[in-house]
Design a protein around this ligand. Structure first.
Ligand SMILES: Nc1ncnc2c1ncn2[C@@H]1O[C@H](COP(=O)(O)OP(=O)(O)OP(=O)(O)O)[C@@H](O)[C@H]1O
Length: 467
């Protein structure tokens, strides 16, 4: 056998046929469970997941067709092959209309049976990959190059090449806006899972009740609003990488569930008894000190040790000499140009909000500049102040938070909101909890706003398809 073993369920009431099928398939290296009745098969399906199931059509009690009906009703995902006797072809065709993927007429050779199981497994894999790709496309952001060759970034690059090839979890630490997600993508791109799904979740951006359902999925009816079965991100990321951003915000009650997936890959959807095994590489990020969270009782110690196998700390932008110029050139859109004085101010500023703040300042300058030349007049006052000799190695002591900024009347409301939110974030040194307090909104709402602003940018950067 050249491929991964098939997780196979064989349902056949005739003992000798069933046993010889099991022996053959096991000899071929597959993982086989067998049941002599529909009822036994259903209870196995509740406990385990299978790639392929073979149902005999004629069984006493529950027939293969009835069993298929129950499997479809229960939304158990696997490929079903129906095994029929001669003269029951019409029933087999009906079974295919109900959702079976194939049928085989008895007598058939064991070699044939295996061949059909392999085809069914491959078809199921393609279907899942298709679902995963759709989910990824709908979530994907334009990819960003990892810019920066300062000594501290060279260390980060070295770590990326070391951790990428393993399948161990990675923990990325660093202040807000230092590029943790960009680094997570770089790890995935340099790993053997580069062409597999990369799925992301931001634990801080979702209401607490939704985090569990997003991560682990749910069964229809398991809570108000669960109107259909939904796979969680762990299932969508199966075979690939899951990036858990703001891990420090993961509710304490969910932490044992994450620990279990990390330990043996097992998980259950909300409201389901069925255990599923997933194979997902986890990359997590946080701007909090998880060790502090552990000592405050907000983060489980066992999970901390399990996730903190390989960790990587991103330097703040102020500690990356030379990178600011490279980042300006990378993020400044054509045809804008920046003059030397403005460049110097950007190089000397303290950047509490790191690269995200730098990008925002550049974008604001492109809106405010007369023509395509950016000068110090187009930069926020707290940035320009460094040109008057202020110390750039520490936060400004008295930022002029209330200085009014003239914004062009042509700005869209979304842009005005974005500038206000990002400005408060800058003035609060990138501290999102304080920013949310100043804005009078909940911290999760602030995360949602930041995500919306980022999506707006991405939409604007994507060329429209002309009809
Ligand atoms: N090395 C880099 N090169 C180019 N752009 C970068 C780099 N690092 C970060 N950026 C850009 O900076 C912004 C913030 O990056 P990212 O979201 O990865 O930061 P983060 O540390 O995950 O932030 P948070 O802690 O708030 O989630 C993004 O727009 C990203 O594209």
């Amino acid at each position: 056998m050249t491929d991964t073993p098939i997780k196979l369920l064989l349902v056949e009431d005739e003992d000798d046929i069933r046993e010889s099928c099991v022996r053959w398939m096991e000899r071929k290296g597959h993982k086989v469970d067998a049941a002599a009745s529909g009822a036994d098969a259903l209870s196995l399906c509740e406990q385990k997941n299978f790639d392929v199931a073979v149902f005999d059509m004629n069984m006493p009690g529950m027939s293969g067709i009835e069993l298929l009906q129950r499997v479809v009703q229960k939304k158990i995902e696997m490929e079903v092959i129906i095994l029929t006797g001669q003269g029951t072809i019409e029933a087999a065709v009906a079974a295919m209309k109900m959702g079976a993927c194939d049928f085989l007429t008895k007598p058939c050779s064991l070699g044939d049976l295996e061949h059909h199981c392999v085809l069914a497994r491959d078809r199921g894999r393609l279907r899942r990959e298709n679902q995963q790709l759709k989910a990824i496309i709908s979530r994907s952001k334009p990819s960003v190059d990892l810019i920066g060759d300062s000594p501290s970034m060279l260390q980060v690059r070295k770590m990326i090449t070391k951790v990428a090839p393993t399948d161990k979890p990675v923990l990325i630490l660093g202040e807000s806006g230092t590029g943790k997600e960009v680094v997570a993508r770089a790890i995935q791109q340099n790993s053997p899972l580069a062409d597999k799904p990369f799925v992301t979740i931001n634990c801080a951006a979702l209401p607490e009740q939704l985090v569990e359902s997003e991560l682990f999925g749910h069964q229809k009816g398991s809570f108000t609003g669960a109107t259909a079965d939904k796979p969680g991100l762990f299932e969508i990321a199966d075979g690939g990488t899951l990036f858990i951003d703001e891990l420090g915000e993961l509710p304490l009650a969910l932490q044992p569930k994450l620990l279990r997936v990390l330990e043996d890959g097992s998980m259950r959807r909300i409201g389901s008894h069925r255990e599923r095994i997933v194979n997902v590489r986890i990359i997590a990020a946080t701007n909090r000190s998880l060790a502090d969270e552990v000592s405050q009782g907000r983060f489980r110690e066992d999970l901390y040790y399990r996730i903190n196998v390989l960790s990587l700390e991103l330097p703040p932008l102020r500690d990356r000499p030379g990178d600011i110029d490279r980042l300006i050139d990378y993020h400044l859109p054509v045809p804008w140009h920046i003059d030397d004085a403005a460049r110097e101010a950007l190089n000397r500023y303290y950047w509490p909000g790191n690269i995200r703040q730098l990008i925002n300042v550049i974008q604001r300058a492109t809106i405010l500049a007369d023509g395509n030349d950016i000068t110090p007049d187009d930069l926020p006052s707290e940035v320009v102040r460094v040109l008057d000799g202020a110390d750039h190695s520490s936060p400004p002591t008295s930022p002029n938070a209330t200085a009014p900024i003239e914004l062009p009347s042509s700005l869209k409301l979304d842009d005005v909101a974005k500038h206000h939110v990002l400005r408060v974030l800058e003035l609060e040194n990138g501290n999102k909890a304080k920013t949310a307090r100043v804005l009078g909104i909940h911290r999760r709402k602030l995360y949602r706003l930041l995500e919306r602003f980022a999506n707006l940018e991405a939409e604007r950067a994507t060329p429209a398809i002309e009809s």
